[in-house]
Ligand binder design. Sequence first.
Ligand code: ARG
Length: 458
Amino acid sequence: MAKMWTGVTDGVTSKIADDFNSSISFDSKMFKEDIEGSIAHAMMLAKQGIISNSEKDCLIDGLSGILEDLSSGKLEIDLSAEDIHMFVEQVLTERVGETGKKLHTARSRNDQVALDFRMYCKNRASEIKDLIKDVLRSLVYQAEKHSATIMPGYTHLQRAQPITFGHHLMAYAMMLLRDIKRFDSAYQSADVCPIGSCALAGTTYNTDRDFEATQLGFSEVCKNSLDGVSDRDFTVDFISACSILMMHLSRLSEELILWSSWEFKFIELSSDFTTGSSIMPQKKNPDMAELIRGKTGRVYGDLTAILTTLKGLPLAYNKDMQEDKECLFDACDTVKACLQVLAPMLEKMKAIPENMLLAAQKGFINATDLADYLVKKGMPFRSAYKISGTIVSECIDKNTVLEKLPLEEYKKHSDLFDSDLYKEIDLLTCVEKRISKGGTSVKSVISQIEYVKEFIND
Ligand code: ARG
């Protein structure tokens, strides 16, 4: 494509330089936003009397046709164009003639690219929020099924206290709710309209920036034109939100990987979300969860890339800023792909409550409750603690658990033991006693589920 910026230069550049300079191979992703922005610009120019109404109609017809043809695939992106903005304007001029050349009045590619990119971020933030809600729905579905399924809760990856599987899953739901808020905030930070800042200093034309912003669904316009063309904070906010979300997905993935190992066997992932091994027929590998964990690294890389690119830039636009796109596109596409695979994988995951219970029992995580039983019957705590400890050692020797030790064995240690002890050390009882707000009791978990459901259905 011939260059549109042959002013003092003759526009003859080396092919190597052209390829190096070009961004169309990736910024063509923003064709929809670019064309919508141009349509609003043409409307503003006509409203202000800068172009005539018939010129506006001609521009809008041309732009709408390009949008339709690009969406249907009828029009192919010409990779020899410098970027998507040049491409659209050039095709427009080819299609509608001289009037096409009026579109770029009172704007520059600097405010145009900032506009497109902000619109792109807003659209994607909304999509990501919907995808997070899908994952939340799967978590809620499993948590409802397992609001009373006992498992060991861990600290230091050592069995600590009995909790329910539902409670554990709802912890991740709370993280994802915060992620939704982060994407709301990334949306807000992108929701400031830069168009009309022009190259850097504003324009001498009598434009109406507020009208154009409203047409495009922006809440406000940027207050300083230099800031308008050089602010990329919104991309940092967006990729930060992506990174924190990925951190959460990665932690959950790590647990799915552990839980589906033979060492735990708390869950079984559905075979349509695992892979086999080419030589070990017994293998069912949690590749999807591993990939989510792995891809977290590249999203962090995207965040580091954008922060580093921006840190030394003088005002206003610098070509370095073209580097803002690939990291954001990558972070965005990666996050979406991870959420898309996680939602059905979680929904289809099968919990194995027997194994969770066995692990909870083997951890003797009700030994304190056993001591408390004796205390309630009048024994001093220190003595009760000692007896409880001795009984735990006996169970370990006999390869049994407190719940299964016969009453006569208990009675050897104290006459205070009676058959009601089994109720007291029952793991579900231990869980049910934890009634504090946010605790692991079934009632508390159900109210956590209700809270998340309300949020999803908002
Ligand atoms: N492709 C460019 C980018 O993504 C568009 C802005 C170009 N502006 C300029 N003055 N060269 O940043």
